[in-house]
Design a protein around this ligand. Structure first.
Ligand code: SF4
Length: 369
């Protein structure tokens, strides 16, 4: 058994700074994936943050404190011609710069070499299933091959690779095959994303809460021996499942595969800056709390009422509010918002009902996306 990758030694104060800051550098993308949150289109928007505005944003990110993790996302960030410059600038500021490009022909060895030289610390690539499933999902024949090739090149360059996988009805049965591929590609982390019905993802069929529960149990089981870390995105109840499986359900959780302690959820340990500079609790929770051009990033994260409320787990409503796991989990605030219109509502993908809790009729219904 290969040792799991090391995790960050300490938790951070999520009242003060996000553990993960995602900047959607552009919404432009050559692909049109079935699940795309951004509803990406081929062309760049004229009012994207400029290079200078982007650098100011990175300077502000550095104000959160040393080693702030920044994920450059899209769309496809490779469609910005200043990408290497931005990675270089962020690295010089002491930021941990990572990237989630789309699996296209733009992911050449030359580009990856330039990004590595600029200080890129991790490349996160999406693989949603074996070739046929992935290419159908991504809407582009060849995307699977291009993604796998990029992972192989990155490994040759010594650039750590993370694999992101979307779970929905169309992909869930292929998770074991993807797990094998993640190991084969020598990835350091598998991030398993549970669909939130926003953007084009609204049209996809989600798994039921029972199926989600089985997947989370399976993930917890395989994480014990996997040669890579396992984390979930938009499924913080993974922590609840793990605690229930591993004995004392009330025990304080350890740091997870990326060093997160307690449930990092939208607005609490997580922030998202859109291509035009709006600050959101998450890219999947389309409720802006501020704007980097007007309000500043740090001030919005620390003081915007929406962010502050999301960090107060006692403000949660419905079964998440009644749940003894709310401090380690808290539910997906994005899915709660998509399902109920209330970012503090219940996460309908969670199959757990706190003892003595009388579910509302709507909450008792199986998840229907
Ligand atoms: S009810 Fe909500 S807080 Fe409790 S485990 Fe489920 S998602 Fe998490």
């Amino acid at each position: 058994m290969t040792a799991k990758p090391p995790v960050s030694p300490s938790a951070i104060d999520t009242d003060q700074r996000p553990f993960v800051l995602v900047w959607e550098v552009t919404q432009a993308c050559e692909l049109a994936c079935d699940h795309c949150r951004a509803d990406a289109r081929p062309g760049r928007y004229p009012d994207e943050l400029t290079t200078e505005e982007g650098k100011r944003l990175l300077e502000e990110a550095a104000d959160f404190g040393d080693g702030q993790l920044v994920v450059l996302s899209g769309g496809d960030p490779l469609l910005r011609d200043d990408l290497v410059d931005l990675v270089d600038y962020g690295t010089d500021l002491g930021l941990r710069m990572t990237l989630t490009p789309s699996g296209t022909t733009s992911l050449t060895r030359e580009v990856l070499e330039d990004l590595k030289a600029a200080g890129l610390q991790r490349l996160a690539l999406s693989i949603d299933g074996p070739k046929e499933v992935h290419d159908a999902f991504r809407g582009e024949e060849g995307s699977f091959r291009q993604t796998v090739d990029a992972a192989i090149i990155a490994r040759e360059l010594g650039l750590p690779v993370q694999i992101n996988t979307t779970v929905c009805e169309a992909t869930v049965s292929t998770l074991p095959a993807v797990r094998d591929l993640v190991a084969e590609l020598d990835a350091v982390l598998w991030s398993v994303f549970f669909l939130v019905p926003v953007g084009r993802g609204r049209l996809l069929e989600n798994v039921t809460s029972q199926r989600a529960e089985s997947v989370l149990e399976w993930l917890d089981e395989i994480s014990e021996d996997a040669p890579f870390g396992v984390k979930t995105t938009e499924a913080p109840h993974y922590r609840r499942v793990s605690l229930q499986r591993n004995g004392d359900p009330t025990a304080a959780p350890d740091n997870d595969a990326i060093g997160r302690r307690g449930g990092i959820i939208a607005g609490d340990g997580f922030a998202f800056v859109s291509h035009t500079g709006e600050v959101y609790p998450s890219g999947f929770l389309p409720k802006p709390a501020g704007d980097v051009r007007e309000d500043g990033l740090v001030d919005t994260y620390q003081n915007a009422p929406l962010f502050q409320r999301l960090r107060d787990r006692d403000e949660l409503q419905g079964k998440c509010g009644a749940c003894e796991f709310r401090h380690v989990c808290g539910g997906s605030r994005s899915r709660a918002y998509a399902a109920t219109g209330d970012p503090l509502g219940s996460d309908p993908l969670c199959g757990y009902y706190p003892e003595g809790y009388e579910p509302e009729d709507a909450e008792a219904a199986p998840y229907e996306g």
